[in-house]
Ligand binder design. Structure first.
Ligand SMILES: *Cc1c(COP(=O)(O)O)cnc(C)c1O
Length: 367
């Protein structure tokens, strides 16, 4: 059996380092706040090459609090890709703004020309998603944002450590939202997230909103929320951050092996855009007759995923939005039936990769 992700393999490799830290926090009864959280925020900001990091409860809150802190709200529109995890749109809806979907380019990113065409006088922001682990075309998106005076936000939940022209994801726009959901390239042992930015004022507003509108305990400047990165997660993330680059390098090696072994197989392999480092949160191919191929792989003991089976405009949650019916986003709609994510995690072995590729080749030939 080859799992799609194997979190246990990674745990076993760091158990001796991570468990004593968790135990120490339990011994101290220190579960919220404290030096581990502050240290992780410093270390992750430095890793991304930005001035500020605010730990929050999860990646969805990171997007939502960023929009709130930027003042995006009812009556505003926010442009985002139609193929992404639901949370990207959900954060926009949560502040009362309207998500405006856009089809993607050949690398599964916002198509800058389509973004420009979607701008109206209500548009306040663009959320670009570095989908599957590769940064979007930031220079082109930044140019659109500047022409129309819009905020540009990175949804970097799948792209910890990826690069665009030598700059890290998280350091490419006005602010970035990260998720540390367990299966992400940098994953906690539960939910966790962060907002990173060079804008000190924005970071301060996110922090205020995430901590009950309070800077000093029991003194509340505004009604806020409770969305904190907890201490145990910060401690786990600090241990893992030191290994992130090595784990990303392993993912990149595995992707190169997949590329090589699948070169002759009738599947569309992931494209690499120029000037970028793809960190392969997911290795996504496109194949005909996808559901049958996935079933045949499962029968051979190979687990796969689909990211994502239904573009956002066709989700029941957004059905009936004017202008976003079936046919509105032809590329995303056509590709949604073909996307197939192969097993990808740092501890994959060359033998497992070979097995997956042979199984895929067989599955594509038919039952
Ligand atoms: C995981 C993910 C999120 C949400 O993160 P959570 O921590 O699960 O809330 C948002 N956007 C994308 C693209 C993601 O992959």
């Amino acid at each position: 059996m080859i799992p799609f992700v194997d979190l246990r393999a990674q745990f076993v490799a760091i158990r001796d380092e991570v468990m004593p830290r968790i135990a120490a926090l339990c011994e101290q009864g220190l579960f919220v706040g404290g030096e581990e959280v502050a240290a992780f925020e410093r270390e992750f900001a430095a890793f991304c090459g930005v001035g500020h990091c605010v730990g929050v409860a999860n990646g969805t809150d990171a997007l939502w609090l960023t929009l709130l802190a930027m003042g995006v709200g009812p009556g505003d529109e926010v442009i985002l890709p139609v193929n992404t995890f639901f949370a990207t749109a959900e954060a926009v809806s949560a502040v009362g703004a309207r998500p405006v979907f856009v089809d993607h380019d050949l690398y599964y990113h916002l198509d800058p020309a389509a973004v420009e065409a979607a701008v109206t006088e209500r548009t306040e922001a663009i959320i670009t998603v570095h989908l599957y682990g590769q940064p979007a075309d930031i220079d082109a998106l930044q140019a659109v944002a500047r022409r129309h005076n819009l905020r540009l936000i990175e949804d970097a939940a799948q792209a910890h450590g990826s690069l665009y022209k030598g700059r890290k994801a998280g350091n490419l726009a006005d602010a970035a939202a990260f998720s540390f959901y367990p299966g992400k390239n940098l994953g906690a042992y539960g939910d966790a997230g962060a907002v990173v930015t060079d804008d000190a004022g924005l970071a301060e507003r996110v922090r205020l909103l995430a901590q009950h509108g309070s800077r000093v305990k029991y003194h509340h400047l505004v009604p806020g929320y409770n969305s904190r990165l907890d201490t145990v997660q910060a401690a786990v993330l600090r241990v893992k951050l030191r290994r992130l680059e090595a784990w990303n390098e392993a993912r990149i090696r595995h992707a190169a092996a997949y590329d090589r072994l699948l070169a002759q197989v009738p599947a569309a392999l992931p494209g690499r855009a120029p000037d970028r480092t793809h960190v392969f949160h997911l290795y996504v191919v496109r194949v005909p007759d996808r559901d049958a191929v996935a079933r045949r792989l499962q029968a051979c003991g190979v687990q796969t995923g689909i990211h994502y089976p239904l573009p956002l405009h066709l989700q029941p949650a957004y059905a009936g939005e004017p202008g976003f019916g079936l046919g509105a986003f032809p590329r995303a709609e056509a590709w949604a039936g073909e996307l197939l994510s192969l097993p990808m995690f740092p501890e994959l072995t060359p033998e497992q990769i070979e097995f997956v590729c042979e199984a895929l080749e067989g599955a594509l030939k038919g039952p």
